[in-house]
Design a protein around this ligand. Structure first.
Ligand SMILES: [Zn+2]
Length: 341
């Protein structure tokens, strides 16, 4: 339903997250929309912006100040937890995101959360950034936090190949790992809410490109139900890749919204989710946002809007060289779409 009054980005975003009335579809992403151009415009560069809360907040605010999006999400990388838990990290540079270089936990017994986990450079920077953003933008823009779910933490901390193999050879070990890792998601998630996040994204990459829908159903769905209940705030699940075959389960997971990839057609996603939760996405990154032009962006946005996607935005963390004009075009395309209807 369309309202007759103009909404602030925050109200628009939160209403859409719960499938409610809006003045127009909001634009946003549960993953990073920072780019090299925004680093240059704000003077806040990677890799410092991963460990300095002030720089992180200023760069993240570009999502609203520069791109005109309805939410700000400062947790750019996927290494906040793994760096704080002792992984070796390749920190990248202003054109490359950091990546994990080691997976130190061999057995579930190795899972130990340090007492100062929330005080380590990466975790503290995220919490500081959320506090700053809440104070500066909390009255008008939705602030989103982001944590890794237990499945992704297992990829990082135990190693992706061993972990995936053990889902078949040692399922009980996998369950024990996930049960222990889940506590990290809850701890960091609750801390981000306390710092001022309106919404929390859980990134948990049980994608169809790596695991079956049955694996999601057996191992992860019960944990997602528990996580959403325990964390308790408005929540978004992010899984990139093809997830169509597990969307019926995701719709029952307790998340309010699913951030999905362009590998799933927007119409198929809307049909599969069946109105049970909202959808966010799914404008293609490599072909459309990075290498396409504004008219191609506009076409993909209109497709998602016609399909009924509630929040439109990039499908996943945008490549750092994505042109600003393509990212801004998402908002222009949404505005023009709603002027025409
Ligand atoms: Zn992703």
């Amino acid at each position: 339903m369309i309202t007759s009054y103009r909404m602030t980005p925050k109200r628009r975003f939160l209403s859409a997250l719960f499938g409610g009335r809006v003045d127009r579809t909001p634009v946003g992403s549960a993953t990073s929309v920072a780019t090299v151009e925004q680093e240059e415009m704000t003077g806040c560069y990677f890799p410092e912006a991963h460990v300095d809360g002030v720089k992180m907040a200023h760069l993240a605010a570009g999502a609203y100040e520069i791109l005109g999006y309805d939410c700000i999400m400062p947790v750019f990388s996927v290494v906040a937890e793994s760096a704080a838990l002792g992984c070796e990290i390749d920190w990248g540079d202003k054109e490359n995101m950091p990546i994990n270089r080691s997976s130190p936990w061999k057995e579930p017994e190795d899972v130990v959360i340090p007492d100062d986990f929330l005080e380590r450079p990466t975790t503290k920077a995220c919490l500081d950034a959320i506090k700053i953003l809440r104070k500066t933008y909390g009255d008008r823009v939705a602030i989103m936090g982001k944590v890794m779910g237990p499945w992704t933490l297992a990829y990082h901390m135990h190693g992706i190949q061993d972990f995936l193999m053990e889902t078949i050879t040692e399922p009980e070990k996998v369950r024990l790992f996930l049960t222990k890792l889940k506590e990290i998601t809850i701890l960091f998630g609750k801390a981000q809410i306390e710092a001022g996040a309106d919404v929390l994204c859980v990134a948990d990459h049980a994608t169809g490109d790596l695991v079956s829908a049955k694996t999601y159903f057996d191992f992860l769905l019960p944990l997602h139900k528990e996580l959403t209940l325990k964390i308790g705030c408005p929540m978004v699940l992010h899984i990139c890749g093809n997830t169509l075959d597990r969307m019926k389960y995701i719709a029952e997971s307790g998340f309010d919204c699913f951030h999905f990839d362009s590998k799933v057609d927007a119409k198929d996603a809307v049909k599969e989710i069946d109105g049970k939760i909202s959808l966010m996405g799914n404008v293609n990154n490599p072909e459309v946002l990075l290498n396409g032009n504004p008219s191609e962006v506009s076409e993909k946005v209109a497709y998602a809007l016609r399909a009924g996607v509630q929040i439109v935005g990039p499908e996943c963390a945008v490549p750092l060289k994505t042109p600003l004009e393509n990212l801004k075009e998402i908002v222009n395309a949404v505005e023009s779409f709603f002027e025409c209807v």
